[in-house]
Ligand binder design. Structure first.
Ligand SMILES: Cc1ncc(COP(=O)(O)O)c(C=O)c1O
Length: 387
């Protein structure tokens, strides 16, 4: 199944991995960026060149209601941001210390933390979630006198649950714990107000709900002093000095920027602002609800996300391996979803015995009709497997 005439139309339901398609204005902005000479800060750049990094920082500050545009740092993706922040924070600490995380995390959190735990740079407590939610009570129970860091997701990429990061952030700020929030699944999907979250850092990725292209992401850090930069190199500023500049964003950004990626992020945030974040959030929930209604009463389907906050629906089909189900949906119905462990192994231990599941995820650009067609296809596959 592909794009041959006669194939059913392609239905792309793997938006929690990477959104597709991108809004036309995102593609146009990338093309525009690539067609013009790149802007170089502090140099005799062509007058017409757009300063995409600065424009995007301003746009992100407005979009996320953050105080300091300069405190937005561009990276490759959420994984890159999480590595820079986690390792950079650990480097700022003189002695090993205690860290808290949760069982909802993606491997981009779990692997850096477990690597550092293996090197005895930190000790780690993993707080169990309750029905997909991290409870402040459990976080408080895990805290020790030497707890300095907490890393948690804002939204589960398997269960679609939105976490009360405000409550955890308030508690961490009061307790002198540096909180890193993984907003990979929430940036662009739900309203985010960084002005109410003091201390710590917020991580985002460009290629998911912010509608950028792959290869761009970033983070916002409230107090840059809390994190040691892991990279050094050219910044186009203070070039006589052999030391990395201390100013933001040069403290963390070095080398040539991913200009097309930053341009896509800028255009993606403009698209969301124009359409309205609330409308996008609501449409995501409506699409997920519609799809769930299609499959919820089928006894051959095990649903793990009856009421997700994000447009993410995870399930299994009885008597059918999830990878095989994904293969059938792609080959026979031209429906693209995601199967397996979704890089969040601890969640799967809780919901599906570590076997993995089928994940369907929607973007603002999906339609109710696609939900119905996909629901019908899943029911048909489930019926075939359980005849
Ligand atoms: C919750 C969560 N964190 C981190 C990531 C990693 O994102 P990226 O691919 O942008 O590094 C993902 C991607 O699936 C995710 O869902």
């Amino acid at each position: 199944m592909g794009n041959d005439p006669g194939d059913p139309p392609l239905i792309y339901l793997n938006n929690a991995a990477t959104t597709w398609p991108k809004p036309p204005e995102v593609l146009d902005e990338v093309a525009r960026c690539l067609k013009s000479p790149f802007f170089e800060a502090g140099r005799s750049t062509a007058g017409s060149a757009i300063d995409y990094p600065s424009e995007a920082q301003e746009a992100l500050a407005r979009f996320f209601h953050a105080e300091n545009p300069d405190h937005f740092i561009f990276t490759q993706n959420a994984t890159d941001s999480l590595n820079l922040l986690i390792h950079g924070f650990v480097k700022s600490q003189k002695a090993p210390f205690h860290t808290i995380t949760t069982d909802l995390e993606h491997n981009s959190v779990l692997r850096p933390l477990n690597t550092l735990a293996g090197e005895e740079r930190l000790s780690l407590t993993t707080v169990p979630s309750d029905d997909g939610y991290v409870l402040l009570r459990e976080v408080k129970k895990a805290v020790r006198p030497d707890t300095r860091l907490m890393v948690m997701t804002h939204g589960s990429n398997v269960l679609g649950t939105l976490q009360d990061v405000q409550a955890v952030a308030d508690y961490c700020a009061d307790s002198d714990i540096f909180l890193i929030i993984d907003g990979a699944q929430t940036a662009g999907q739900v309203p985010i107000n960084l002005s109410s979250i003091s201390g710590g850092a917020f991580v985002f990725t460009g290629h998911k709900a912010l509608f950028g292209i792959p290869g761009i992401g970033g983070f916002y850090v409230d107090d840059p002093e809390a994190v040691v930069p892991l990279r050094q190199g050219g910044t186009g500023t203070d070039s006589r000095s052999l030391a990395q500049p201390k100013e933001m964003p040069q403290k963390f950004e070095t080398g040539t920027h991913n200009y097309p990626g930053i341009a896509s992020l800028l255009a993606g945030t403009r698209f969301i602002e124009r359409e309205g974040q609330d409308r996008i959030t609501k449409k995501g929930r409506d699409l997920a609800t519609l799809f769930i209604r299609e499959i919820a009463n089928d006894p051959n389907i095990i649903l793990y996300t009856p009421t997700p906050d994000l447009p993410v629906v995870s399930f299994n089909i009885r008597s059918l391996d999830n990878d095989e189900a994904g293969y059938i949906l792609a080959k026979a119905y031209n429906i693209i979803c995601r199967t397996g462990l979704h890089c969040a192994p601890l969640v799967h231990d809780r919901i599906d015995g570590g076997k993995g599941c089928i994940r369907v995820s929607f973007s603002y650009l999906n339609t109710p009709d696609e939900c119905r067609v996909a629901g019908e296809a899943v029911r048909e596959v489930a019926k075939g497997a359980n005849r």
